[in-house]
Design a protein around this ligand. Sequence first.
Ligand SMILES: Cc1cc2nc3c(=O)[nH]c(=O)nc-3n(C[C@H](O)[C@H](O)[C@H](O)COP(=O)(O)OP(=O)(O)OC[C@H]3O[C@@H](n4cnc5c(N)ncnc54)[C@H](O)[C@@H]3O)c2cc1C
Length: 108
Amino acid sequence: MSNGEKLATDVYIPAFGLIPNSSYIPRKYLNENGFAMVDEYLRVKGLKNVWAIGDVADIEPPQYKVTDTQSAHLAKNIILLLADKALIPYKVVARMCTRRFQLPFDMS
Ligand SMILES: Cc1cc2nc3c(=O)[nH]c(=O)nc-3n(C[C@H](O)[C@H](O)[C@H](O)COP(=O)(O)OP(=O)(O)OC[C@H]3O[C@@H](n4cnc5c(N)ncnc54)[C@H](O)[C@@H]3O)c2cc1C
């Protein structure tokens, strides 16, 4: 558990988007676990004006709050982009499993 407590269980079924729905994205833009690889501006690496946020992006865990923060940040950056101004890097709040796909619990 997040407080260090251990909870023994026979079965645990995570049901919150551990596998991204990204089959429509060309493979070269995905990491080995199928998440879209983004840079510090949430822009898909290798593309100029394509962005990925939320569950499909490889930058933070798949959670609503994270998606909300990313979407607000991206909206601001698109306004800056349209005004031909410098973009603001996104600050990762909740670094976790999606880049390396480590589960947030002990399966041993
Ligand atoms: C059971 C469950 C419980 C959860 N509980 C929590 C929680 O307690 N707290 C929390 O923070 N997060 C929770 N989450 C995670 C949270 O729901 C997600 O992180 C959040 O919805 C991600 O938003 P998103 O916009 O990235 O993706 P989504 O909300 O999945 O939106 C993606 C949209 O794209 C559409 N789409 C997919 N493919 C295509 C396509 N090819 N063409 C057009 N449209 C397409 C989908 O239909 C969908 O409407 C939970 C998720 C699940 C499944």
